[in-house]
Design a protein around this ligand. Structure first.
Ligand SMILES: Nc1ncnc2c1ncn2[C@@H]1O[C@H](COP(=O)(O)OP(=O)(O)OP(=O)(O)O)[C@@H](O)[C@H]1O
Ligand SMILES: [Mg+2]
Length: 216
């Protein structure tokens, strides 16, 4: 298992968002997570990379309780992709991706080669020295996907990666994620609102409803 949640609860003040949640993602699995706006999807993802802390329950990533790991150890096991791309505006595409490798203290040449390999794979070989503003939304998200993969994570968490994209581009990004999941051997948990996209992708999904997570 790459993710295990056992009886996880989280409230904001007296707003109970997750209650005794059980959830698992197998190693090398691809799954969607859906649910109404405000149901707790982003809360679940934020608990996984410890942007916020649970109130109770166990969370294991790759077999280890995340409360017992240093945050940087936890975060290098995972890559995250957001709706708003979160690219640095003053850095080029290549720099945005390479910067994700700096914290690990790898040789620059190795980081550089891996960044170019991934950017070529996501179709941006001709845009390495462009700035985010010079790219379409889909190209910005491809950059973010390459960045998320740079450190060879076990797991990619994607919170509405297609939320700012039109339908065709959304399908393109999800197809790319699915292919990379297979090629790079990385587990993925992808949040999306779009039932239609989930059906088109024909993948396993989970839903959050009433504070619980159910397998569909
Ligand atoms: N920092 C916070 N403080 C207080 N309440 C919060 C906080 N973050 C989220 N909430 C509340 O918790 C609930 C779940 O929020 P969350 O962001 O997890 O929902 P979501 O399923 O990701 O929704 P969306 O689909 O709109 O992104 C919402 O009612 C939200 O208002
Ligand atoms: Mg959300």
């Amino acid at each position: 298992m790459v993710i295990v949640l056992n009886r996880v609860s989280k409230s904001y003040g007296d707003r109970k968002v997750l209650q005794d949640v059980q959830f698992q993602l197998q190693s090398n699995e691809f799954a969607f997570l859906k649910g109404k706006s405000g149901s707790g999807k982003s809360t679940l993802i934020k608990l996984l990379y410890r942007e916020i802390e649970r109130d109770s329950g166990d969370i294991l990533i790759d077999g280890q309780e995340i409360g017992q790991m240093k945050k940087y150890e936890l975060r290098r096991k995972m890559g995250v992709v957001f709706q708003s791309f979160e690219l640095l505006e003053r850095k080029t595409v290549l720099e945005n991706v390479m910067l994700a490798g700096k914290i690990l203290g790898k040789p620059q040449k190795e980081i550089d080669n891996e960044a170019v390999r991934l950017l070529t794979r996501v179709g941006l070989a001709d845009h390495l020295h462009h700035f985010p503003k010079q790219l379409s939304g889909g190209q910005q998200q491809r950059t973010a996907v390459a960045r998320a993969l740079l450190n060879k994570p076990k797991l990619i968490l994607a919170d509405e990666p297609t939320g700012n994209l039109d339908r065709e581009t959304s399908l393109e990004i999800l197809t790319l994620l699915k292919e990379l999941h297979e090629e790079e051997g990385v587990s993925m948990l992808v949040i999306t609102h779009s039932e239609q996209l989930i059906q088109q992708m024909n993948e396993k999904s989970w839903v959050i409803e009433g504070g619980k997570v159910y397998e569909l």
